[in-house]
Design a protein around this ligand. Structure first.
Ligand SMILES: [Fe+2]
Ligand SMILES: [Fe+2]
Length: 356
């Protein structure tokens, strides 16, 4: 499916199915000459999220159908049969109107995804990762962010379909923007970017049924999740050329200052600066992402949750503020439609977000 290359997830449903909450657009290909269909269609469309665009497929030259589609609220009509080319066209339209995936950004995202694919495959086959490729990708991400801004980077990456890669690209982008904004040395920015790209490599071995499980994890499942920093560290520590603090950030990106994190329950000074920064960017990323067990939070909501965690003694307040400042300038332009019911549910999402 060419559309997957453009970073969109496409599903085919019947009218009996529920429309996913995150659907941007529905393409309806239904015989409008059939009264029974119209009634079913009305019920189906009613369940669509308000911002979801509706495009009707009609038979070319059938004016009656064209009129009916317009009456039913079609934003646009396309001609049957709806094939790959038609869908690709629609997706291009959506990208353009949404202002996402500018050519530079999409090129950088696709390049980075390719690197992640290669790098994660090395973990599976137990071969050393190509550090040159990882570093070049990190540099490309840094360059792209300095051109288009961290916000545009986040919007672009959020449209990317592979959830673990999306997470890594978001965390790396945040870490890179944070470090640059803080005026960190070039060598440290590079370290943080590398750590961002590699931090969840140990997730390769965790079954998707656990990683993407909707809802709360059992204690046993959480034990499996807790193995990923150690697995990643063990794999990477065997090869030369990865700085010690990068390895430390990978092993300890789920530790909290008050000792309540994993895998080692480190506390306070035992957690290095680079690791603390990666941890905050990691949680911020998880909050901003859509996952099978949670809707995305806005930047403002995510910052509120991070501040709460800093108040609880888990994260360093100064660093949370610094991340806030990094994103502040761009808060308004982040495309989000916060839903009040989600905000009310926010506290429920906290623990799974911290955990995974
Ligand atoms: Fe992780
Ligand atoms: Fe992560």
């Amino acid at each position: 499916m060419p559309a997957s290359l453009l970073g969109f997830d496409i599903r085919t449903s019947s009218m009996a199915d529920k429309i996913p909450l995150d659907a941007d657009t529905i393409v309806l290909d239904v015989d409008l000459g059939n009264g029974e269909n119209i009634a079913k269609l009305a019920a189906f469309r009613k369940a669509a999220p308000a911002r979801c665009k509706q495009i009707f497929a009609i038979t070319k030259g059938n004016l009656q159908e064209e009129l009916q589609a317009t009456t039913l609220g079609a934003r646009k009509t396309i001609h049957r049969p709806v094939g790959d080319a038609g869908l690709a066209k629609i997706i291009e339209d959506i990208r353009e109107t949404a202002g996402i995936l500018t050519p530079t950004a999409s090129k950088a995202v696709n390049g980075a995804a390719k690197t992640l694919e290669n790098t994660f495959a090395r973990f599976t086959t137990n071969k050393p990762v190509d550090l040159g490729e990882v570093a070049a990708t990190g540099e490309e991400i840094a360059k792209t962010i300095s051109n288009i801004g961290v916000n545009e980077w986040l919007s672009t990456v959020r449209a990317y379909h592979h959830t673990t890669f999306q997470h890594i690209l978001i965390v790396t982008g945040l870490a890179c923007a944070f470090a640059t904004n803080m005026g960190m040395r070039k060598a440290d920015i590079e370290k943080l970017t590398t750590a961002g790209l590699l931090h969840d490599i140990g997730k390769v071995d965790i079954p998707a049924s656990i990683l993407d499980k909707p809802g709360k994890l059992t204690a046993e499942e959480f034990d499996v999740i807790r193995t990923h920093p150690g697995a990643g560290y063990k794999f990477l520590a065997r090869q030369d050329g990865i700085a010690e603090d990068v390895l430390d950030a990978i092993l300890h990106h789920h530790e909290f200052l008050n000792g309540s994190g994993y895998p080692d329950g480190l506390a306070g000074d035992q957690i290095r600066d680079l690791t603390r920064i990666l941890t905050i960017c990691d949680i911020m990323g998880a909050l901003l992402e859509r996952r099978t067990y949670k809707e995305p939070f806005t930047v403002a909501e995510s910052l509120a949750i991070l501040l709460q965690m800093a108040n609880d003694g888990k994260l360093e307040m100064v660093l949370v503020h610094a991340l806030g400042r990094t994103l502040e300038k761009n808060v308004n332009s982040i495309q989000q439609t916060p839903d009040e019911s989600l905000i009310a549910l926010a506290p429920l999402y906290q623990s799974p977000v911290e955990a995974r």
